[in-house]
Every structure is written in structure tokens, then in C-alpha cells.
Design a protein around this ligand. Structure first.
Ligand code: ATP
Length: 282
């Protein structure tokens, strides 16, 4: 197994009865990388991630996570992997500080609970009982519990669902800090802007297979896609042209209009455009 890889998967398969959720998936995540898994509902993301986390058994395929098979791991392996599940964040009458402190006790080299609480933006809520937290604050608590053990590899399942825009930005900063400190991060998300903002590479899962892996700006050959140039005509209409050389077209238009081109825009397909095409959406 390649030491540079945090995760290596070959031919992964998983069916629930007759329903094939993962249909021969290959995946390689490098150490230190932020990798986003995108895919429509039911594509097989959660199944795949839970197999990597050791929470679900596979039917077939080779899987290595931090050098071990997650189906047969030691407790020491579990302490190297951080997991943020979709929405737990509620621990009855316990306070945020108590819960984070309690979880710190499970790890051999846990981080300082007060520091982690501050880092996820819950400093002002450290003494609040967890059932009084808002939805977004509960997600932050989930994140605190995922990172308290200083994981080498962190899994985040739809981490910012329910966050307000400011909380999302703060969360992105936190992820960037963790990545800068060398943590490998695998996240699933339905937010394309999140994948674009955070991920070194994006993997698109559709129908239980990985249909493409690329840095977000290169997905679906986005860089080579034709640019759409549009401008207003003197008659008040809008003209649109697709071009591989939009700069030349804009220069020509500038000459034609003798300066400023009215209503000029130059666009390329967004990540959302190429993603929807990739998963077969019309
Ligand atoms: P979402 O974006 O909605 O979270 P996903 O990509 O994570 O979707 P999975 O949850 O992995 O998709 O589901 C893949 C397929 O497996 C779906 O058809 C789902 O109905 C099925 N499935 C998932 N978990 C189970 C289960 N425990 N028992 C039976 N079928 C399941």
C-alpha cells in the first residue's frame, strides 16, 4: 500500500438486499488532502464513508484507511480517525464543556477542550446545556467532538447543513486551519461552493461509482469549456456567442463599439453546471 495515501479503495461493493448502493468504487485520498465527495441523494456517499470509518461491512473490495482495513482495526486506529456524523449534538443536561471534556477522555493525546470549544466558535456557550443550543451550534459541537482527539484523518458528513452564511465561512476557516496543520479531510456535501472553496480534489459519485475525480476548477474539463460572451446590441437586444478565444472576441467587440461594450459578460460553466451534466441531470 502506498504510504502517501490516507485512503485507498479498490472495487468496493455494497448491496442492501437487491439494492446495489456501491457498485465497484475506486478511490485514493492522499495524506494531507481535503477531498470532497459530491453526489445526488442515494448515490452511495454515506455508505462508502461509513465503510471507510469501519461502521459498515462491505460485500467486496479492498479498503485501506491509514494503513489498516477498517473492518479489522485496533482501538489505536480509531483514535487516529475523527468522525463528524450528520447531527448528533445533543447530550441532555450536560454542558458543552462537560461533553467535550468527557470525549477528550477517550483519546490518548486529546486536545485541550477549552481550546477546541473556542476554535469551533462555541466559547460563549461553553457552560450552556447542549439541549439549549441552536441547530448550527449543535453542528459545531459535533465538529468539536470530531477533532478533540487530534485526528490524522477527519470525516465530515454534510458538515455545514443548517449553518448560517457567517457560520459556514467560520467553519471553512476551521477546515483550512486543520488542513494546514496536516489533517487529511474527507467531507461529503451537497454545496458545490463548499467543495470549490475547500477541496483540493472533488470526487463525484453517481450510481454507486466514482464517475470523476479532479480539482474543482478542472472537473468536467471546465477549464477547456467554451466561454459564453454576451453583450447588448444597439437595437436593445442581447447577443450571445460561444468562444474558445473570448479575449479576441471582446477585443473585436471593443473595436466595433469604439470602446466600452454595453452589458458585456464573459462566463464559463460553473461547477454546478458541470456537476449536473455529469450526474445526468437535464
Ligand atoms: P444522501 O445524499 O441522500 O445522504 P448518499 O449518497 O449518502 O445519499 P447512501 O445513504 O449511501 O447515499 O444510500 C445509497 C443507497 O443505499 C440508497 O438507495 C439507499 O436507499 C440505500 N441504503 C442506504 N443505507 C441503507 C440501509 N441501512 N438499508 C437499506 N438500504 C440502504
Amino acid at each position: 500500500m502506498d504510504d502517501q495515501l490516507a485512503i485507498s479503495v479498490r472495487g468496493l461493493r455494497k448491496a442492501y438486499g437487491g439494492n446495489v448502493a456501491v457498485a465497484g468504487l475506486d478511490l485514493a485520498v492522499r495524506r494531507g488532502e481535503v477531498f470532497a465527495l459530491l453526489g445526488p441523494n442515494g448515490a452511495g456517499k454515506t455508505t462508502t464513508v461509513e465503510i471507510l470509518e469501519g461502521y459498515r461491512q462491505r460485500d467486496a473490495g479492498e479498503v485501506s484507511v491509514l494503513g489498516s482495513d477498517p473492518a479489522r482495526t485496533e482501538p489505536s486506529w480509531r483514535s487516529r480517525v475523527g468522525i463528524v456524523l450528520q447531527g448528533t449534538g445533543e447530550f441532555d443536561e450536560l454542558t458543552v464543556a462537560e461533553v467535550v471534556g468527557h470525549f477528550a477522555g477517550f483519546y490518548p493525546d486529546a486536545d485541550d477542550p477549552a481550546k477546541v470549544i473556542e476554535r469551533v466558535g462555541l466559547g460563549a456557550k461553553a457552560r450552556a446545556r447542549t439541549h439549549t443550543l441552536s441547530g448550527g451550534q449543535k453542528r459545531r459541537l459535533d465538529v468539536a467532538l470530531g477533532i478533540i482527539g487530534r485526528p490524522e484523518l477527519l470525516f465530515l458528513d454534510e458538515p455545514t447543513t443548517g449553518f448560517d452564511p457567517e457560520a459556514r465561512r467560520e467553519f471553512w476557516e476551521l477546515i483550512r486551519d486543520l488542513a494546514a496543520a496536516g489533517t487529511t479531510i474527507v467531507l461529503t456535501t451537497h454545496y458545490l461552493d463548499e467543495a470549490e472553496a475547500l477541496a483540493d480534489r472533488v470526487g463525484v459519485i453517481a450510481g454507486g461509482r466514482l464517475v470523476e475525480v479532479a480539482p474543482p476548477d478542472r472537473l468536467g474539463n471546465r477549464q477547456e469549456a467554451l466561454a459564453t460572451v454576451s453583450w447588448r446590441t444597439p437595437e436593445g437586444g442581447v447577443e450571445t456567442a460561444e468562444s474558445a478565444t473570448p479575449t479576441a472576441l471582446v477585443a473585436e467587440l471593443a473595436t466595433r463599439y469604439g470602446g466600452e461594450v454595453p452589458g458585456l459578460t464573459v462566463t464559463r460553466p460553473t461547477l454546478e453546471d458541470v456537476y449536473l451534466k455529469m450526474i445526468g441531470h437535464r
